[in-house]
Design a protein around this ligand. Sequence first.
Ligand SMILES: NC(=O)c1ccc[n+]([C@@H]2O[C@H](COP(=O)([O-])OP(=O)(O)OC[C@H]3O[C@@H](n4cnc5c(N)ncnc54)[C@H](O)[C@@H]3O)[C@@H](O)[C@H]2O)c1
Length: 248
Amino acid sequence: MDMGRLDGKRALVTAAGQGIGRASVLAMAAEGAQVFATDINEAALAGLGDGIEAFVLDVRDPDSVAQGMARARPDVLFNCAGFVHHGSVLEAQDEEWDFALDLNVRSMFRTMRAALPGMLERGGGSIINMSSACSSVIGAPNRFIYGTTKAAVIGMTKSVAVDFITRGIRCNCICPGTVESPSWHDRVKSLGEQVGSYEEALRQFVSRQPMGRVAKAEEIAALVVYLASDESAFTTGQPFVIDGGWSG
Ligand SMILES: NC(=O)c1ccc[n+]([C@@H]2O[C@H](COP(=O)([O-])OP(=O)(O)OC[C@H]3O[C@@H](n4cnc5c(N)ncnc54)[C@H](O)[C@@H]3O)[C@@H](O)[C@H]2O)c1
């Protein structure tokens, strides 16, 4: 039997019900990892297949995070949960700011703090945080709150990487351009209401991608597998931009 690139590793994924999280669960399982697929939406976790353990984990709830980490004892933690608010600094609402800082940034502090002691005890681990090309890499129109939180993810990633670099822990983050996913389809629909049609909104989203298309979730999942595996053993503290040349 072929060896999988993630044989023997236990991997926990947040926001695994759809989009990049779900694609990453399937890709890591295909490479031999024992995968724990978690999401706030239980129904979305259905149908992932045999051998993948799926359970509800709300990254905004410290008890839920603690229980999830105790159950999974992950060697690989993929912090994928995040939400996109629309608008410039002038439209941003305090409640949106609080929500996004909690879901996009503080949640990763919670999960990393809960997962790290076990990783250290077992002698190593790989943490992969979901940032975005829209962050400190590039400014995107009407992504004030989102870009700010995703820039914070890069800083947090570097900080964790440097603190644990001699103790077997690696921490990297991923900065995708636009990726096809259910929430992206919702964003196209809502832009369509402003610009006249779904087709025009789609044209605007695609036109900012120099390759003339958006990414498939599986293309991001391939990078997740690499960062989870020992193939990436010499990399830590890095933002990995995977954006079809958007910021290039
Ligand atoms: N799609 C893109 O274009 C794109 C680009 C760059 C970065 N990202 C980032 O990738 C990540 C995933 O985005 P996507 O578009 O692939 O998926 P998505 O937005 O379609 O799905 C998000 C999932 O997160 C879950 N979720 C929401 N709140 C949660 C909570 N409190 N705890 C646990 N799970 C929760 C939802 O139930 C849902 O299944 C996000 O962090 C997003 O910011 C996406």
